[in-house]
Design a protein around this ligand. Sequence first.
Ligand code: ADP
Length: 358
Amino acid sequence: MASLSVKSLSLTYPNGVRALDNVTLEIEDGEFLAVLGPSGCGKSSLLRLVAGLETPTSGSIATDGKDITALEPKDRDVAMVFQGLALYPHMTVRENMGFGLFARKTPAEETDRRVREAAATLGLAEHLHKRPRELSGGERQRVALGRALVRRPRIFLFDEPLSSLDAQLRQELREELARLHRLTRTTSIYVTHDQKEALSLGNRVAVFERGSVRQIGTPDAIYRDPCDLFVARFVGDPAINLVQGEFAADGGALTFRSPGLSFSLPAMRARTGRAILGLRPEAAVLGKGPDSGARGTVERVERLGGDTLIHVQTESGRHIVRAEPRGALPAPGEIVGLTLDPTRALFFEPGGARIRVD
Ligand code: ADP
């Protein structure tokens, strides 16, 4: 285990693509950091730099305060798990898992002991003699994890390891990864474009966009307190509801107005001008009153098992709100009121920066 410190790291590929732009991250010993962002934002490049597979254009990487920027990959004591990592088809599970140790000339007894331990942890003990083609997709991915686990690295790097699996298997292996981390407490960076995966696995989440860190924080902070419109839109399922409007000074309070929607906030700072209101689906509830914030027509009642989402078309745009767990559901076509919770309203500049009103 180790702390990892990435300072002002940049990488420009020979073709001129700037994959990382001045990235600074401090990852504590034992932490599980999820790196979340759209495809092409530089997530894999970050992992490859930490693993030593790429050389940074500028910046440095240190573990436990020791600069490792110039070390060869084999001297870094990090293990990387990729999506669809290929296993050697002609080798058994035991040989596949032990191969990395064998290549490092670890004594056979030690290799055997570590493989058996990792196999027990991963529920693979009965499969050690099998070849990859005799295993299910989930078992194969467990072997890939086992291969990294037996090395007992100081740092784990996961590059979308679950993205090629079906939904149920992903869920299962996600739990497995969380359990492994509780057990080993190995410092980990987990790269994904799947917000659910990032929020459920990370102690903290770093949201990337175009090679830069937009925000880093606990899953709760990323969801409830996004630093800008990009993070607010990228995180959240269903997506945050956005309303274009403007602020107006209204005595001691601050009022936000948009066609068909108006509500006052207990704000510390007076403000005027255009803004975007962001409301998570749980920041508005269906109400019957005429002055409940906004009115609209129910377009669709979307049932998702445990959750029901109500799509409401208002003058200011479409809102998706979560239905009360035991409340009566409206019918499509019904006119409803939306009661907005001002304490959960998020505001942004038209350019995307967060506006803090309290
Ligand atoms: P992500 O993992 O977030 O999808 P990557 O780190 O793979 O993003 O890529 C970041 C950017 O760098 C992308 O624009 C990608 O096309 C580019 N890129 C990645 N690898 C290379 C490479 N070896 N040579 C040139 N450009 C690359």
